[in-house]
Ligand binder design. Structure first.
Ligand SMILES: Nc1ncnc2c1ncn2[C@@H]1O[C@H](COP(=O)(O)OP(=O)(O)OP(=O)(O)O)[C@@H](O)[C@H]1O
Ligand SMILES: [Mg+2]
Length: 247
């Protein structure tokens, strides 16, 4: 059974004259990392908010583990670009906020925190307040804060788009390591074709009016960097084929 099933989903915002997305069909498995790519305004964030349970579709249905998605849950987390960390809490307190609120046993929280601090390289910043941190370090905190919940689905809505290239590469490594160790389903939204090619086992292309899923492709170049593919003409044809579908 797939982890997430989206069937014929359509959504229209109240007061807007038209549907934002229509007839979305998508099936995602546990232990997969998937990228959604598509032009601005096509409905990528709307789709994430539907998966999270923040929005409810007027048409179609979304199911996780064969149960309808009816409301927001810590089992489905979103990391946003502006991440909204708590400035009055330090790094450790930010990361553990969710499970502390849910009354997860302290020992379990501390165990997970120790592992996450190590995996994200935040060990030496654990007592720093988040306003003292660079953008890249804040993104690590935002990722750790979601991964500590061990959600079934973790979504990133253009989380890395404001970072410089080097910091973004570091975040890709950290994300892949966290994902490999957790085995959950990760969904990454990006505008960046090279980020999609590096991070996505599956690349989901959204386009059309209203927005819909046009194609899902298995990516043979998952985790292959642009630098290593520089003389590979098949890679560039594949990249071009994807770019053509984003027009
Ligand atoms: N709260 C809202 N009320 C009315 N319309 C909205 C609302 N939020 C989004 N929309 C519209 O729904 C459509 C899809 O928006 P959405 O933000 O999901 O697109 P997106 O693909 O995430 O875009 P971007 O890449 O710019 O983030 C757009 O036409 C947008 O104007
Ligand atoms: Mg968006």
């Amino acid at each position: 059974m797939p982890l997430l099933e989206i069937k014929h989903v359509g959504y229209q915002y109240a007061g807007s004259g038209a549907q934002s997305i229509d007839n979305i069909n998508l099936t995602l498995e546990a232990n997969s990392i998937n990228v959604i790519i598509g032009p601005s305004g096509i409905g990528k964030s709307t789709l994430l908010n539907l998966i999270a349970g923040y929005l409810k579709p007027q048409i179609g249905e979304l199911r996780m583990n064969d149960q309808p998605i009816q409301k927001a849950s810590w089992q489905r987390g979103i990391v946003f670009q502006d991440m909204a960390l708590y400035p009055w809490l330090n790094v450790s307190q930010n990361i553990t906020f969710g499970p502390r609120m849910r009354k997860v046993p302290k020992q379990q929280i501390n165990q997970r925190l120790a592992v996450l601090l190590q995996e994200t390289g935040l060990e030496k910043f654990k007592s720093s307040y988040v306003y003292e941190l660079s953008g890249g370090l804040k993104q690590r905190v935002a990722l750790a804060r979601e991964f500590i919940n061990q959600p079934d689905i973790l979504m990133l809505d253009e989380s890395f788009s404001a970072l410089d290239n080097l910091t973004r590469d570091e975040m890709h490594q950290i994300l892949l390591e966290l994902w490999t160790n957790t085995g959950n389903c990760v969904i990454v939204i990006t505008h960046d074709i090279d980020e999609a090619l590096y991070l996505g086992q599956n690349i989901i292309i959204m386009n059309g009016r209203p927005g819909t899923v046009q194609q899902t492709v298995t990516n043979p170049y998952f985790k292959s960097t642009f630098d290593t593919m520089i003389n590979n003409s098949e890679y560039f044809s594949f990249r071009r084929m994807l770019l053509d579908q984003l027009k």
